[in-house]
Design a protein around this ligand. Structure first.
Ligand code: ATP
Ligand code: MG
Length: 323
């Protein structure tokens, strides 16, 4: 079964490399560090959860695109913590995801269980990080993925008590070569949100400038405060808010609706002292196309995402990561 997976991974790598969606030249690390000296000493890998308690704001799209962009220069571990498994489908492709499900390959479900159950192994076996985190892309750096499964939520419901630190322990024990961990979160608060927090140093918050844009902010603020109070030794900060889908289809950049939403976002962000990234990600039909593996016409998706990817990387470099 492993050999089958390996062959399949090679096919994935070839496919992704051919239609590289993030092929714009990357800024050199030297140039970036010269421009913005880090506040702290370089401190190895960093983990960022992409989160918003509001659904459909672009969490999965942004986590996936960031993973692809950063993998050009760094070793990236993407973790799909959403039972919808959209990030896994995007990064593995439809056929790859189907094969992964058919093979009953290890996923984030087994990470929470803490072992590989009998089935593909003859008896319960320790989880091998190299098997759980499959390489989906190798161009310059590398992109690995711990995939999610549709039956993830069933598995969590069946467990009498899900260990919300299991993921953090699994990441802490291996993956020494990884530079950045990117976690795609589900929109509802659950044990998975706490698992994401335990594994993360920062959260990145995508927002769409629309009616009720900031409805998830107070919830997120309370949830972060609650986590910090219960885990005083754990530093967890909001890296920033990214405005997604900003220029609407039709080219009027959102008009008064967007203006109103932006005022609300700016007020709420200031109240919590959260930074707003200055580059806004435009609306583009290229995003859903690229998410389902069609790179034939990315539209302005690539050009509008790339500058945000650079700002994200610079923000982390200023904190002493990704140097
Ligand atoms: N900038 C954009 N331009 C056009 N479409 C976009 C853009 N960003 C996201 N989308 C589309 O919007 C939909 C929702 O995006 P996505 O799945 O990334 O959101 P999400 O926050 O992860 O959703 P959920 O809360 O369900 O996990 C998808 O169809 C995606 O392709
Ligand atoms: Mg999602």
């Amino acid at each position: 079964m492993r050999r089958h997976n390996k062959n399949h991974m090679c096919a994935l790598e070839r496919r992704e490399t051919q239609g590289d969606p993030m092929s714009a030249p990357t800024e050199t690390t030297a140039a970036m560090t010269a421009a913005t000296p880090p506040k702290t000493e370089p401190s190895g890998r960093v983990a960022v959860s992409v989160i918003n308690m509001k659904g459909g704001v672009g969490k999965t799209t942004i986590a996936t695109m960031l993973g692809r962009q950063l993998a050009r220069s760094h070793k990236v571990l993407a973790i799909d913590l959403d039972p919808q498994a959209n990030m896994s489908q995007a990064l593995m492709g439809e056929a790859g995801y189907r094969a992964f499900m058919d093979d009953e390959s290890p996923s984030v479900v087994e990470v929470f269980k803490g072992y590989q159950p009998p089935g593909s192994a003859a008896s319960p076996a320790p989880l091998d990080p190299a098997t759980v985190a499959r390489t989906v892309r190798r161009v310059g750096g590398e992109l690995r993925l711990i995939p999610s499964r549709f039956d993830f939520s069933d598995n969590l419901c069946e467990a009498t008590r899900t260990d919300d630190q299991a993921l953090a322990r699994f990441i802490a024990d291996g993956f020494d070569d990884i530079d950045i961990v990117l976690i795609d979160c589900a929109p509802t608060e659950s044990v998975l949100t706490r698992a994401a927090y335990h594994t993360s140093r920062y959260v990145l918050v995508p927002v769409r400038p629309e009616f009720f844009a900031t409805i998830g902010f107070p919830l997120l603020h309370r949830s972060l405060e609650g986590f910090r109070n219960q885990n005083p030794g754990h530093k967890l900060d909001v890296l920033g808010i990214v405005i997604n889908n900003a220029g609407y289809d039709g080219g009027n950049d959102g008009g008064p609706e967007k203006e109103r939403a932006m005022g609300e976002i700016e007020r709420e962000a200031a109240a919590h002292d959260w930074r707003i990234f200055s580059h806004q990600i435009s609306y583009s039909r290229g995003f859903p196309k690229m998410m389902r593996g069609d790179y034939s016409w990315p539209g302005n998706a690539r050009t509008s995402f790339y500058p945000f990817g650079k700002q994200f990387r610079r923000a982390l470099s200023e904190e002493g990561y990704l140097l």
